[in-house]
Each structure stands twice: as C-alpha cells, then as structure tokens.
Design a protein around this ligand. Sequence first.
Ligand SMILES: Cc1cc2nc3c(=O)[nH]c(=O)nc-3n(C[C@H](O)[C@H](O)[C@H](O)COP(=O)(O)OP(=O)(O)OC[C@H]3O[C@@H](n4cnc5c(N)ncnc54)[C@H](O)[C@@H]3O)c2cc1C
Length: 399
Amino acid sequence: MDLSFSAEEQAFRAEVRGFLADKLPPELAQAVRDGRGLSKDNYERWHALLNEQGWLAPNWPTEFGGCEWNAVQRHIFEDECCRAHAPRIVPFGLSMLAPVLQKFGSKQQQDHYLPRILSGQDWWCQGYSEPGAGSDLASLKTKAVRDGDTYVVNGQKTWTTLGQYANWIFCLVRTDPTVKQQAGISFLLIDMDTPGIEVRPIILLDGTHEVNEVWFTDVRVPAENLVGEENKGWTYAKYLLTHERTNIAGVGFSQAGLAAVKRLARGQMHRGRPLIENPHFAARVARLEIDLMAMSTTNLRIISGAAKGQAPGVESSMLKVKGTQIRQEINDLARRAAGVYAMPFASEGVEGSNEAPIGPEGTAHVAAQYFNNRKLSIFGGSNEIQRNIIAKVKLGGGA
Ligand SMILES: Cc1cc2nc3c(=O)[nH]c(=O)nc-3n(C[C@H](O)[C@H](O)[C@H](O)COP(=O)(O)OP(=O)(O)OC[C@H]3O[C@@H](n4cnc5c(N)ncnc54)[C@H](O)[C@@H]3O)c2cc1C
C-alpha cells in the first residue's frame, strides 16, 4: 500500500488549487469560513462556476457529462475545496439521484433529467424518511396507488433537507402493502409544483430553516416518472445510499475546523495566558489532532484500496462514526474557546448582517454550529446503526 501521491496526482492538486484561487468568489469563501448559512443563489452560483469548468459532477461517467475521476482525484478535489472554504456541492441531484438514473433510469429519463441537474434547472430533494420510518426506512407508509397512467400519492415525508428550494423530489413510496416491506416499495420522481403538495418548515436547534416536512394529498404523478420497475425501489434506494455516503470521513472539514479552533484559542485569554497554553485545553486539542491524523491515514488507506478496485465495506461505517465524533468534538472545543460569546444566539453570526457580531472574530457562529452539527451523528445512517453494522461484520457472522 502506497499512501503518497504520484507526480500526476500532485499536478492535479496544483490544478485544483489554481482553479479555486482564480474562480472561488472570496465572499462565498468568507461566508463558509464564518459558518454562515448559504442562500440558494450562493449554491447555484458555485455550481455554475464548477459546471463551466466541467467539474460539477466528479463521480459521473464522462458519457453523461461528468469527470469520471477516480477515488484519489475525488479525494484531492474535496480536500482542496475544504481548505479553500468552497461551498459544498449540494448532493441530492448530483450525487444521489444521478447515479440511480444512470444505472436504473430509462434513456428518456437520463436524457431529460441529467442535463437539467448539471445546468441547475432542477433542484432535487430527498423524500426517504417519514415519521416512524428513519433507521427503519423499509417501514415507510407514503402510498402510491396506480390509477390509469398516473400514481396517486398520499402521505408525509420529513427532514427533507432544503426542500424549500426544490422543484423536484425523489420519493420512496409504498406500491404494494401486501408483501414483505422491502418488496413493496417503488422509486418515484415528483414535480413539487403538482397540486396537493405542501412544504412545511422545521426549524432546527440553531434557529435555521434547513429541513422540512413534505405532505402529499391525492398528488397525481405520471406513471412515466417511475424509475426502473414497480416494487423494485428498495434496490435502487440502497444503491443511492452507497453514493450518499461519499466523503464520509470529512477530513478536510475537520482540518479546517481544528485550525479555526487553534486560531480562536490563541486569541482568547484564560487566567492571563492564551487559552491554547492551558494544559487541559491543549491536551484535548492534542488528542483531537492525533485522532484526526489517524483517521486521515485510514481514509487514505481506503481510498488507495478503492483506486485498485476494492469496494469499501465496513470501513465506511468506521469512518462515519469516527469522522462525526471528531467534528462534534471540534465544535465542542470551539464553543468552550468562545466562552461567554458562545452564550447568546447571534443570528448575525449565522445569517450575516450589516452589524458586526459581538465578541472576537470567529466566535459568533460557534454555538449555532455546535447545535447544528448534532445532526452529523443522526443522518446518513445514525452512528448507533453504524455500530450495529460494525458489530455484525466484525464480531458476528458477517452481514
Ligand atoms: C438535519 C437532518 C437532515 C436530514 N435530511 C434528510 C433528507 O433530506 N431526506 C431524508 O429522507 N431524510 C433526511 N434525514 C433523516 C435521517 O435520515 C433520519 O433522521 C435518520 O435515518 C434517523 O432516523 P430517525 O430520525 O427516524 O430516528 P430513529 O430511527 O427513530 O432513531 C432514534 C434513535 O434510536 C436509535 N436507533 C434506531 N434503531 C436502532 C437500532 N436498531 N439499534 C440501535 N439504535 C437504534 C437511533 O440511532 C437514534 O439515536 C435528515 C435528518 C436530519 C437530522
């Protein structure tokens, strides 16, 4: 196993770095660096710049207009984007739905939807979870009943991220309630402008509107919007989840976060000395740094295996648990370093404002980020579920 980068890979890194230095708008990078929420326009602007460069779809095959980068190139790209504080690529259309359409969609669906994802014409959201169907997703109840050449959809989805921006939603729906749960699910593409759809906001702990409930009342969906075969949706849903779990370790985010904590702790005083010199604080920073280095090496080991065609197995679950623990620990340290300035809810730190936030630079958003990132160990398969997978594969009989 070779964990060093080849000359070509280093040249690729330099190319990505050059692009980011040239094209990433400084005000977007500053907003990401400050932990402020980005608007729909902000995301669309960044997507358009990447699309112009031909880099919006790193994992798509070239035949569909993607880069078809290998695992190492994708890692380098993500790493550099994090270092430069680039906005994330919104994953719902690009990295979740697109791979499903490329593998299971009809030619018509591919020709229609894929170019619209790249151009930004469509903003997709993910309609999987329901009240009572999260970890136990197969128990979902939103039903779709075939009526001539349409499906009639009734039910409710929840936690729909950025659904307020979306004009399309891909949904798992129950098309056969009489068989084993997994065997009665279908995968439907639904236009959010169809009569009978209502989007209701859910406000998160940090005060932001990031997720929603989506209600369906007698929503008529053309039958041609079914992906693949009726009642085979569970297979497509699982395929999608393997793509949802990319860049799961979040090494770049953690490196940027840890650097911010150190900057903050150098400026904050504790008993007359910079906080970074406090032995208890320094010990936590050191432990975190060691954990992050270990995870980064594990991540490279898995990427090196993937570049040789080995599919990551239970290691993805290990990276999910460790990666999210590290990010939450960074948020906790930042909150402690900010001290009293982490106490008030400072909306100007989250949403931006003409007024300067109170407190030293880098403190206004730390409480909001601490609360917001509680989500990391819940979504994408909760950490308890990941531990179950690890236990099953490593300790008992295989999965
Ligand atoms: C911010 C945010 C954004 C999200 N965005 C989306 C989205 O865009 N689209 C979408 O479809 N979904 C989305 N989700 C939903 C997410 O996938 C679910 O929250 C997740 O699958 C957990 O399901 P649940 O919330 O119903 O919790 P539950 O499944 O009810 O779990 C509750 C608790 O019990 C634990 N638990 C459950 N089962 C087991 C078990 N077998 N063994 C041990 N512990 C167990 C869980 O780990 C958790 O701690 C989002 C969630 C959040 C928080």
